[in-house]
Unconditional design. Structure first.
Length: 116
């Protein structure tokens, strides 16, 4: 099982980041994929998801209009373009299938810090 998220970093409010995730084929193929955000001291929540074929996307209200999820089925990767970042976007971002449960493997995620 592989879930390797990268692309995080420190960015000023209003800035942008692009996260990417490489997933093993058995997780990725045929599954809806999502990006999850875990803010400090809070539970992990789904902020963006994409259907297996890539034609359908869905966003949490906090991400709508600012984040864009995409996937490359040939490379088993899923990405999240994050614009107009806010301090509340700070936290660890994980990718996983949309069916993932807390007890599933999540990988290390990637840290995003939005601060001036």
């Amino acid at each position: 099982v592989q879930l390797q998220a990268f692309g995080g970093g420190l960015v000023q409010p209003g800035g942008s980041l692009r996260l990417s995730c490489a997933a093993s084929g058995n997780l990725f193929s045929g599954n809806g994929m999502g990006w999850y955000h875990q803010a400090p001291g809070k539970q992990r929540e789904l902020v963006a998801s994409i259907t297996p074929g890539g034609r359908g996307t869905s966003y949490a209200s906090s991400a709508k209009g600012r984040f864009t999820i995409s996937r490359d089925n040939a490379k088993n990767t899923v990405s999240l373009q994050m614009n107009s970042l806010k301090p509340d976007d700070t936290g660890v971002y994980y990718c996983n299938t949309v069916q993932a449960r807390s007890y599933d493997y999540w990988g290390q995620g990637t840290q995003v810090t939005v601060s001036s």
